[in-house]
Design a protein around this ligand. Sequence first.
Ligand code: MN
Length: 285
Amino acid sequence: MKFCRFGANCFGIVEADVVYDVTQALDVLPQVRYPFPASDLLIANLDAVRERATQLKKDAPAIPLDKVRLLSPVANPGKIIAAPVNYTKHLQEVLADQHLHHGNMINHIEKAGLFLKAGSSLIGAGDNVRLVHTDRRNDHEVELAVVIGKCGRNIAREQALDYVAGYSIGLDMTIRGPEERSFRKSPDTYTVLGPWLVTKDEIDNPGALDLSIAVNGEVRQKANTSDLIIDVPGLIAFASSFYTLHAGDVIITGTPEGVSPIVPGDTMVATIERVGTLTVQVSAA
Ligand code: MN
């Protein structure tokens, strides 16, 4: 199933070009009080929400997708975990281009580890990416996003996919420059997630998905997740060997070759096979 969040915190099931408004399904969520749990409440209770949403869909209003403003399918990820240089050809292009590496030491991912992006950087497809420091180079990075479905630590790669709630498209927007990755990649709007969450039962193998991004109609990045250096189960095992993963944590799995600058006025269209297509406008902050 495809679940989206839209409008004023509404919740929907997406089928073809229509959103069924099943916001009432959120009534099954437990009432929580401060301090809030480390997990995203919706993702932690997705099975119960799914059951109720399926019942409600029969009588739910159907809204054309192009009439809704899409929000991030995960409202409150505890962590946005990101994989640096996780495609060999992207590693090669970064090492070859001073405008990409800026003298930073670029290590193979097994040595570099993972990094975190600020939760406050997260938007959905209905918002613009609003560039800061437009005097510097700002790039797009299209990535398969994995949404964790349940809490786990030291997860074995053989069990890793049991911990997945679903998949989405991630855009890891980046200011090029000498600072730490997490700083350059965490301004407001620099993480896009969407257009929706595809539940994991729709994707048997996250390691065989075509992904691409076009800017103003010109294809800039095009690859397949089979080219990942550390695949999705490996990333879950690697991340969870350092910290507990919680429901709603998002792992963006790294970007392939072809990163390139974007400027205000551009339109980015990212597609991942079996997930969908995410269209996002670029503006200045
Ligand atoms: Mn990235």
